[in-house]
Design a protein around this ligand. Sequence first.
Ligand SMILES: CCCC(=O)SCCNC(=O)CCNC(=O)[C@H](O)C(C)(C)COP(=O)(O)OP(=O)(O)OC[C@H]1O[C@@H](n2cnc3c(N)ncnc32)[C@H](O)[C@@H]1OP(=O)(O)O
Length: 307
Amino acid sequence: MVLCAVRRQLLSSSSTCGAWARFLQRQGRMFVYSSIHGFNQEEIQEKLQAFPGGSIDLLTQESGLAVLTINYPSRMNAFSGSMMVDLEERVSQLEGWTDGKGLIVQGASGTFCSGSDLNAVRAISNPQDGMKMCMFMQNTLTRLLRLPLISVALVEGRALGGGAELSTACDFRLMASGSVIQFVHKHMGLVPGWGGAARLVRIVGSQNALKLLGGAVKVDPELALQIGLADDILQEEGTGTPLQRAENWLSIYTKGPAPVIQAVKKVVLSGRELLLSEALRTEKDVFGTVWGGPANLQALASKSKHR
Ligand SMILES: CCCC(=O)SCCNC(=O)CCNC(=O)[C@H](O)C(C)(C)COP(=O)(O)OP(=O)(O)OC[C@H]1O[C@@H](n2cnc3c(N)ncnc32)[C@H](O)[C@@H]1OP(=O)(O)O
């Protein structure tokens, strides 16, 4: 016990950050793109701000659960340029949220997101700007997925194009009855560019990904559940609002102290993203942050049985 306490003292909160920093270092870097790839964040942010409309709203709760809302109902929650910038800012906020455990990503007014705002897309349809927007959104959505929070996309209504891609930047997808996820990119003469294809392959496998992208298939909750794109279906007859039911669903995974929940996410993330030997080293580092920690000591003291 004394050893555990000493070890805990040594592994202060800075060490928790250290393990995470080392994980991100092993990734190469936190951002997929930086100046070495010719990426200039300020430049693209300025360009995107020229296409305003809607907002990305973040509500953090004392319970450790946050709700991120894609809010542009008059355009079926399509992403305007300023909303892309907003999203990056909200992700930065969440990266600094030490007490966080879970995140729900939802769309306003009963529908998820209809992708990028076609008006903005038309205006920046030249290849250079398209690449910059693509790098910006890949960076942001990669950081969203790498947050040390367990995240779920609450899909109501439609998740189209970039909206479908956004849903894959969460750990889980919960689909409401009647909702649809559709990678409509092929119909737009495109492929996903916000990292949605790379993530989709990891979620449903390359065969299913090829079918979904190649056929621009409308994926309903039943099909999504069958192929592993959705983790559950929110039935209409449940009690409470869809958001309340999603919070309830997520609470199974976020019950417990924040450092432990964050450690769970970190070991799974490193297992998902790193080579085995690297993932094992990260797991060791993260293990060190909870071993002998308050939750561990309390569990040992209470002689808990797992019947
Ligand atoms: C790398 C990213 C790639 C991409 O995301 S490309 C974009 C992919 N998304 C799309 O192509 C969606 C296009 N929209 C649609 O198919 C339909 O609007 C949709 C979402 C099925 C809804 O259909 P309906 O229910 O009939 O409603 P509606 O068409 O009257 O839409 C209501 C208002 O919302 C607007 N809207 C919907 N999706 C939009 C978008 N992505 N960009 C800009 N505006 C969009 C639509 O124009 C309409 O506006 P208004 O009432 O005519 O002023």
